[in-house]
Design a protein around this ligand. Sequence first.
Ligand code: GLN
Length: 314
Amino acid sequence: QKHAKPVDYNAVINEAYNLFKNEQSGKNADYIPFLDRANAAMYGIVIVTKEGQVYQVGETKFEFGIESVEKVFTLCMAMEIFGDSVILEKVGASQTGLPFNSVPAIELDDKKPSNPLVNAGAMATTSLLTSHFGHSDAWEKVDAYFAKFAGRQLTILDELYKSEAANNQHNQAIAMLLKSYGYMYDDPLYACDFYTKQCSYGVTTRDLGIMAGTLANGGVNPITKERLIKEEYVPKVLAIMGTTGLYETTGEWMFKVGLPSKSGVGGGIISVVPGRYAIAVFSPPLDKAGNSVRAQKAIQYISGKLNANIYSGK
Ligand code: GLN
């Protein structure tokens, strides 16, 4: 009975914080020099309820790179503008079971980008937006939409952007490959660079909590109360998160935790408990698939304590 007694979110996140703060496994993303240099001890946990209550512990005010968590909000924006069938047709919604920057995934999936939460699909989705708005307006529009999710203006971590842009030849190759198959809707290198910039947004764990809280609240930002995505699209975004949000380990994640989630190589993970609250955790050391180790452990613990598994029916 989930509403039987008031939930002590503070107690649960503090337990999760203390249980895993000494966890030593995992390793910072080393293919982006800026991320490699991050302090591996940093750790923050936030819960944002659909009513707009914010619970936090640890380094929740530190700004880190949003990285792949941005893909969720780019998807929301594209879904709002173009509708869900365009996403299905022009990007896809199938899981790859492969790493986030897999080239074989494109070849295997009918030359398609697979889904908006892997690099190929995220760049294809971004290219839909940049061609729709035009190069002179696109950044301003995307920037304004992301600001609405966070409830504040976000800025690019310039050093991260430069560090990643100087090392993203692999993503450029994916963008070019998609272009050759007809799944890029703007200049591929422009879209790749735009995507890289989106990945370089500086966010706090609290920002991520509010952004994810908007999805937990059916598309309405729980703090500003502004609707950012149609209610009917929210389950579709969550479905893609639930099948691919942690890349090739998503199946295991859903088996253990049962929450639609999204990770980024900056160390952030968001999880959504639909209609109730969102959990955001940040800590830089990653597992082999690129998912924060402490964040996964903390969310698994919190989800267990709060009976959050979406398949439990509780
Ligand atoms: N910007 C990173 C990349 O494209 C994002 C990857 C991630 O967070 N999984 O490689």
